[in-house]
Design a protein around this ligand. Structure first.
Ligand SMILES: Cc1ncc(COP(=O)(O)O)c(C=O)c1O
Length: 339
């Protein structure tokens, strides 16, 4: 693309050429349709507008040194969207249909996949909404699945740098037995007030504690949390966090680097013992954490005293990025080359 300054892009929306849509009617999914419109025409009584029947996903396509376009672990996003559908009573989309839609929308918008050197990527946003008129609180009988794409810049513009996060004990993003494990819009609406407050106070994100007891670390805004202590990769197991595909991938890489992976409840005080801590997710892969302020408890955990990312985070980050961009062989079969 001629006029895009790839390395200056932020994580924002830019119009691309096409999106792909698919409708569920009369108990079955139809064929994929290609659209060049950014607009969705829906009934005012659609369940997505009233009762939050909406789920979404986020994944990326990367252009390699060889010019090839690679999509990372889209089968995992497809399965997570199925789990979101189960959780809020929407129609389940077959994994193959999800993958076909992703391949199609990336291919159609190929000119928006940033060049290798830029460190940017094409963000892919699948979403599903309940359509059709319904006034009572019931699931819709019709659904729309769609996928659009938009190029996004490198997450770390000034280099791979740690940031501060905060714990705010008077906010939760999800209920103990609620929808925290699925990717539905309501969880994100519930996180906006605390998120804005954290940003105003100069923090990169809110680190949520478990909503039942406020004893354990849950996750970090729109990312999972992990800590490194000695030879261990420690990450929370909880009923209120989203199973991150990045975290799952990092656990595999950590295991294969000889680290011990511990997935368990992580008491908040344990943070004091970590050599490194980080957020992980599709947006940044790894965003190291320098300090965690537990605002209501008036307590601070300083992790990166020198303000630099730790060696394990850096190694994991470089390894995963290398697989995504095709710099290293895809030994885990995580990547789909878009032909
Ligand atoms: C709440 C939440 N946790 C974690 C993640 C990270 O998940 P992934 O690695 O699949 O992007 C995301 C982003 O999708 C998220 O929204």
């Amino acid at each position: 693309m001629e006029n895009i300054n790839w390395s200056d892009l932020s994580f924002g929306y830019m119009k691309t050429d096409y999106n792909v849509r698919c409708y569920y009617r009369d108990g079955k999914w139809g064929e994929l349709e290609v659209s060049s419109s950014e607009i969705i025409n829906i009934h005012m009584a659609a369940t997505c507008l009233h009762y939050g029947q909406e789920s979404f996903e986020g994944l990326k396509a990367f252009r390699g040194k060889d010019g090839k376009i690679r999509v990372f672990r889209m089968d995992e996003n497809a399965k997570r969207m199925q789990s979101s559908s189960h959780g809020i009573k929407m129609a389940e989309l077959p994994v193959e249909k999800f993958e076909e839609a992703v391949r199609k929308v990336v291919k159609l918008n190929e000119r928006f996949v940033p060049p290798y050197e830029s460190g940017a990527a094409l963000y892919i946003r699948p979403l599903m909404i309940g359509m059709g008129a319904q006034v009572g609180v019931r699931p819709a009988s019709e659904y729309m699945f769609m996928v659009f794409v938009t190029p996004v810049g490198p997450y770390f513009k000034g280099g791979f740098k740690p940031s501060k996060v905060c714990i705010m004990r008077s906010y939760d993003r999800a209920a103990p037995q609620g929808t925290g494990t699925i990717k539905v819009g309501g969880n994100y609406a519930a996180s906006l007030v605390a998120g804005e407050k954290a940003h105003e106070l100069g923090y990169a994100a809110v680190l949520y504690l478990d909503p039942k007891e406020k004893k354990y670390v849950d996750e970090c805004g729109p990312a999972n949390f992990f800590g490194i202590r000695g030879n261990s990769y420690i990450t929370p197991q909880s009923h209120s966090i989203l199973p991150s595909i990045t975290n799952k991938s990092l656990q595999q890489l950590a295991t294969d680097m000889g680290l011990t992976v511990e997935r368990r409840a992580v008491p908040v005080e344990e943070i004091a013992t970590f050599d490194e801590a980080a957020e992980c997710g599709t947006a940044a892969v790894i965003a190291p954490i320098s300090q965690i302020d537990d605002l209501d408890a008036n307590k601070s955990y300083v992790i990166a005293k020198d303000g630099k990312p730790g060696p394990v985070c850096e190694k994991l980050y470089n390894k995963l990025r290398a697989i995504q961009y095709g710099d290293e062989p895809d030994v885990y079969n995580w990547v789909t080359v878009i032909e």
